[in-house]
Design a protein around this ligand. Structure first.
Ligand code: ADP
Ligand code: GLC
Length: 491
């Protein structure tokens, strides 16, 4: 008789997770990938900070699981660690409570305060696993906020139960690395001097880099698309860590993100004016478009083409290109809807375009989940002209909602959007390679031409996109294979 195979135990550690707290795609991945892994037969716990800004309706569901004091800093100061828990659809969420660190911010404040916050969080995550006597085989850490964990695992917890675990560190965005003065990080992390050397935490003569150190210590490094995994090993995309990543490339791979196809499901999305499937998308998109136009004060006309943009408004997203071509986008037959917040430079530019083009342009400068769903459903095309894009989720969501992406060929955008080149059997969107406003304009004009003069082909793209597999299933299997490989290593 064979013994029942134990479920693979995996801990996810990161700074955001939908529906509790989300500022971008990291929050989506921290929600969707654990659920996909549970479907593959894993046991997953997600460890998150208990931020004050988490909505009350979730906080009310949390159950107290215990508390203890933990030392941190060079001086060994002790801090309170509370554990609050809840389960949702088979995933367990453990929230780390400490008011000194997590009581302000949305959830981030500024690097000076965020560095101590996430030193505390990474160490507390490990201490919690020991406290709960739940030892995973794999600890999957996400971005710089959890990057010290692989170091603590080997240098502070190696002789404790959790010390047996393997670590994976995923790069969602290399632009943010948790860089500060060596002194600041030494003090707060309490890590020994020998780690503050160039191959590990040292960034330059004066500064230390949390991500860099974590990448050196993690058993595996992943990033969120195959192309970005290549790109970050070059000076153009490496954010000064390309040499470090080339050195560690034997343990680096790219696994493309998916989206949660239940969370993003036009057939059941209660936020839409009308739900739809690939069978009736062509009619129902018109109804969703009209509802969107009415809601946003645009001229109600289903024959106009709507270009959407849903984004953090930062340089990463190629918004200087959009800014440059904006006056040429609005042509009497085209409307533009922008949903985003961020850099005041872009917020103000989009507000200005709205005031210049009342009825044709809407700049909705805020973060709004419901409106995002309505734009994915009501727009015809979605602009994602990013300067760099580790994966990008908005183009995946757009395709699922039958909206055609217009993207720059970089990172995950290149890996997920096959260019339409006139062939009616393939292509998901309109793409351009060179980072230039003219190339973006060409791609948009190509899209407009097909939309207005060759609707049959456009509709084919819409339907093909809705049938494309953008789920997590295939990528969750790749993560499983990676976990299996490192779990099998001898101790
Ligand atoms: P990034 O993580 O770099 O911001 P992604 O494309 O991976 O980019 O993920 C962005 C996520 O955030 C998507 O789920 C998108 O719908 C959402 N999003 C971005 N801006 C807004 C906004 N202003 N309102 C609502 N959702 C937004
Ligand atoms: C980051 C990247 C984005 C990616 C997301 C989730 O925020 O900017 O490209 O999709 O993480 O991995």
């Amino acid at each position: 008789m064979t013994a029942k195979k134990q479920k693979r135990r995996i801990a996810f550690v990161g700074s955001e997770c939908y529906p509790f707290i989300k500022t971008g795609g990291l929050g989506d991945v921290m929600y969707a990938l654990p659920r996909a892994l549970v479907s593959e037969g894993c046991e997953v716990r997600v460890i998150l900070p208990l931020y004050a800004c988490i909505p009350r309706k979730y906080k009310e569901q949390l159950k107290y699981k215990g508390s203890f004091m933990m030392d941190l800093t060079m001086e060994g100061r002790t801090f309170f660690v509370g554990i609050m828990e809840m389960s949702l659809d088979g995933v367990t969420y453990d929230f780390v409570e400490n008011r000194e660190f997590f009581d302000w911010g949305n959830p981030y404040t500024g690097l000076w305060e965020d560095i101590p916050k996430y030193c505390f969080f990474s160490k507390a995550a490990l201490a919690i696993m020991n406290y709960l006597e739940w030892v995973p085989e794999i600890i999957h850490c996400h971005d710089w906020q959890a990057a010290l964990l692989p170091i603590y695992l080997r240098r502070k917890f190696q002789n404790t139960p959790v010390g047996k675990a393997r670590s994976v560190l995923t790069i969602h965005n290399l632009r943010f690395q948790g860089i500060c003065s060596i002194q600041h990080l030494k003090y707060w992390s309490g890590l020994p001097d020998d780690l503050f050397d160039y191959p590990i935490l040292k960034y330059n003569e004066d500064e230390a880099d949390m991500f860099k150190g974590g990448l050196a210590f993690a058993d595996k490094i992943t990033t969120v698309s195959e192309t970005y995994a290549e790109e970050i090993q070059t000076p153009a995309f490496g954010e000064n860590l390309d040499g470090h990543l080339r050195y560690h490339c034997p343990k680096l791979c790219g696994i493309v993100n998916g989206i949660d196809v239940e969370q993003w499901n036009p057939a059941a999305d209660q936020l839409l004016a009308e739900t739809y499937t690939v069978e009736d998308v062509l009619d129902k998109k018109k109804a969703n478009k009209l509802a969107l136009q009415e809601k946003l004060g645009l001229d109600p006309d289903p024959d106009k083409m709507i270009l959407g943009l849903i984004s953090r408004l930062t340089d990463q997203k190629g918004l200087d290109l959009v800014d440059a071509v904006f006056p040429q986008l609005v042509d009497g037959n085209t409307q533009v809807v922008v949903l985003g917040t961020g850099d005041p430079r872009y917020e103000n530019a989009f507000r200005y375009f709205e005031s210049e083009n009342k009825g044709s342009v809407c700049a909705y400068i805020s973060y709004n989940e419901a409106l995002a769903h309505q734009i994915y459903a009501g727009a015809d095309a979605l602009l994602v002209p990013s300067l760099f894009e580790p994966c990008g989720l908005t183009q995946l969501i757009a395709m699922r909602y039958g909206t055609v992406p217009i993207v720059r060929e970089t990172g995950g955008l290149k890996d997920t959007v096959l260019p339409y080149q006139g062939d009616w059997t393939e292509g998901n969107g309109f793409t351009f390679e060179q980072y230039s406003a003219n190339r973006l304009l060409d791609a948009i004009n190509n899209a407009k031409t097909v939309y207005f003069t060759d609707r049959w082909h456009w509709d084919e793209i819409v339907q093909r996109n809705m049938q494309k597999d953008v789920s997590w299933e295939a990528s969750a299997k790749k993560y499983m294979a990676l976990y299996d490989e490192i779990a099998a290593w001898e101790n």
